[in-house]
Design a protein around this ligand. Structure first.
Ligand SMILES: NC(=O)c1ccc[n+]([C@@H]2O[C@H](COP(=O)([O-])OP(=O)(O)OC[C@H]3O[C@@H](n4cnc5c(N)ncnc54)[C@H](OP(=O)(O)O)[C@@H]3O)[C@@H](O)[C@H]2O)c1
Length: 342
């Protein structure tokens, strides 16, 4: 077996890619398929919803903290894609609460319908210089982008696996049920200082003294997204060949994610960013095309992850992170659901 190669992605390479990368949305008919987009009421998530509507997905589920915002987005889909004849449903999901995340997954697992695509897109960037903990006692970015996204992946893999056993819609024959974890190119730039802390990695990430700054924390959280994609890809639903899991980078896109940084900085970023429509082509690609399990998708193609992720230290950190995630999940009263997936 050849050693996996990582790559560095310099700021210059980023600027070059941002200026010149050209890729189109895959042309696929998703009639008969159901797609879930977390954080699908705005920004990149809503752009992904529109891609799925243009591809005729029969059912689209938009989930976020606000049912009102999700309902408004669901109505807008029919204005933005007038030809769309499918159903758009909404669900409440708050990844900053384990109890809410578990309820969301239980409701979806109890749903009689199929689930072909999950774009785990909901994510946050912390407010500058603000260490904020959730009601569960974890730093918010760690819980939303890291822990709860991983928990949702584990709890919903059996639903994707069950869907794999259902009839395959004619327009998208080769496609496996797929979970795409939304990561970012910023994972290339993370120094992941907490990886060197002795003892628990999650304790280190949850220690205010080890919260370097909001930017570093966001970068670390996107390394965690890559880790989650690679670890979920080792689970039986994926190794059996029934289901696909990968992680995906949309590129720097217009959205509300930088609103935390103040109106001027957010405006500057949005002025130079890609449209969310362009970035979300990556989500359509990662969730419908036959990638390698655990692959990282960037500019609509499989791309090496960072040199840190594939380094011995990175592999050790990934394994440690995953083990500690599972230790936390085991304390949440969902043992039977975990056993189904692991
Ligand atoms: N924009 C970029 O340049 C860029 C680049 C690389 C990667 N990304 C990634 O792309 C994803 C989408 O970001 P975006 O830029 O589109 O940001 P955005 O416009 O801020 O959208 C974030 C979405 O996540 C939802 N959300 C936030 N907190 C949540 C929670 N606790 N539970 C459930 N849903 C929650 C929000 O809905 P509610 O407020 O209704 O909950 C919203 O729909 C993120 O994972 C981000 O890290 C973005």
């Amino acid at each position: 077996m050849t050693e996996e190669q990582g790559q560095n992605y310099s700021p210059l390479a980023f600027i070059w890619g941002h200026l010149f990368a050209s890729f189109s949305a895959p042309d696929i008919d998703l009639t008969g398929r159901t797609a879930l987009v977390t954080g699908g009421n705005g920004g990149l998530g809503y752009a992904a919803v529109l891609h799925f509507a243009r591809c005729n997905a029969s059912r689209i589920i938009i989930a976020s903290r606000s049912l009102t915002r999700c309902q408004a987005a669901a109505q807008k889909v029919y204005e933005d894609v007038p030809s769309y004849r499918g159903v758009v449903d909404v669900m409440e999901l708050d990844l900053s609460s384990f109890a809410n995340t578990i309820k969301f997954c239980q409701d979806l697992n109890a749903d009689k319908g199929r689930l072909d695509i999950i774009v785990a897109n909901a994510g946050i960037q912390p407010k500058p210089e603000t260490f904020k903990q959730t009601g569960d006692g974890y730093e918010e970015t760690l819980q939303v982008n890291g822990l709860a996204t991983a928990l949702m992946g584990v709890l919903l893999l059996p639903k994707l696996e069950e869907t794999a056993g259902r009839e395959v819609p004619a327009g998208s024959k080769g496609m496996k049920p797929t979970l795409s974890i939304v990561a970012s190119e910023v994972h290339y730039w993370s120094k992941f200082p907490q990886a060197n802390a002795p003892g628990s990695l999650i304790d280190a990430l949850n220690d205010p003294a080890q919260f370097v700054d909001f930017n570093e924390r966001y970068q670390v959280s996107k390394v965690l997204s890559v880790f989650i994609g690679r670890e979920l890809a080792k689970l039986p639903a994926v190794t059996s060949g029934k289901v696909l899991v990968n992680s995906v980078n949309p590129g720097m896109c217009q959205s509300a994610i930088r609103d935390n940084m103040g109106p001027v900085i957010a405006w500057i970023f949005n002025a130079i960013a890609w449209s969310a429509e362009k970035g979300a082509r990556n989500f359509l690609y990662s969730s419908t095309q036959p990638t390698m399990p655990g692959a990282f998708i960037h500019h609509c193609r499989e791309t090496p992850v960072s040199t840190f992720v594939v380094s011995p230290k990175g592999r050790e950190t990934q394994e440690k992170y995953w083990k500690e995630c599972l230790d936390i999940f085991r304390k949440l009263g969902v043992d039977s659901e975990l056993d189904r997936a692991l």
